[in-house]
Ligand binder design. Sequence first.
Ligand code: CAA
Length: 284
Amino acid sequence: MEEKIETIGVVGAGTMGSGIAQVAARAGYRVRLRDVKEEHLERGLAAIEQNLQRDVDKGRLSVDEKRAIIGRIERAIEWSAFAEADFVIEAVSEDAEVKAEVFRTLDQVVRPEAILASNTSSIPITKLGAATRRSDRVVGMHFMNPVPVMKLVEIVRGLATSDETVERTRLLAERLGKTPLECRDSPGFVSNRVLMPMINEAIFALQEGVATREAIDGIMKLGMNHPMGPLALADLIGLDVCLAILNVLYEEFGDPKYRPCPLLKRYVDAGWLGRKTGRGFYEY
Ligand code: CAA
């Protein structure tokens, strides 16, 4: 029997977490959005408000609907806010230790029947499941950036994830207006295993002076019909995130084809992380 989902907990109010909270509230769910600091919540809520306002300006949402959506999002600092959650999606920083700690805590505070999902792009779901006593109800729910726009949710089945958990997660993704596609718990899943080598290769081409950043991106945009070039996309994703994912692929497979480009490492050393810091391969 399918259990009804009414309240969705979201851990982390960054770009991904606030995007997930937005689509969940827009789909009619009550949302509890938790972060460690009030200012992070403020920033997340401001991004949601701005996104929804764009839809109001374009006539796709009424002012009342916008108010109702925002009204369904309750912000929280305390973990106890998740006591009533029927489904929790974790979207904290891409750090295996931090995420495992979040899962240990969620396992204590969220009722045992609820599913715990991670938006991780590269950390094994099986590992996060093992930090809990409900590894059959731990699953990957990998949204793409920008969450309100992108159709895909990559559903990742950990070794211990049950069929029922996968099914309920697929259903939820559909109710959020997304298209779920399933894969196994393999490094980088499918999305990043295929995407990151392309981005890395574009950075190698830039490092070697094969072409300018504009030419590299232009060739991929116009030649392959990609909505944006790989360097601009790396800036959108965050260069630190790209490096972290490449490191996981490199370590897990032990294959040199995944070695991160030194230029990517230098940009991260410099703190040029892309759009979020105002400078990456481009200036913002
Ligand atoms: N939040 C909400 N909506 C946004 C948005 C954001 N951050 N950015 C753009 N949009 C909306 C705009 O409002 C606009 O909506 P309408 O067409 O309905 O009016 C629409 O998206 C298109 O935006 P723009 O016209 O401003 O710009 P664009 O046509 O260049 O599109 C884009 C922007 C959607 C980001 C597009 O360039 C694109 O699809 N890029 C590729 C994104 C991508 O590949 N994402 C996956 C990254 S990988 C990942 O996330 C996973 C991982 O693990 C690393």
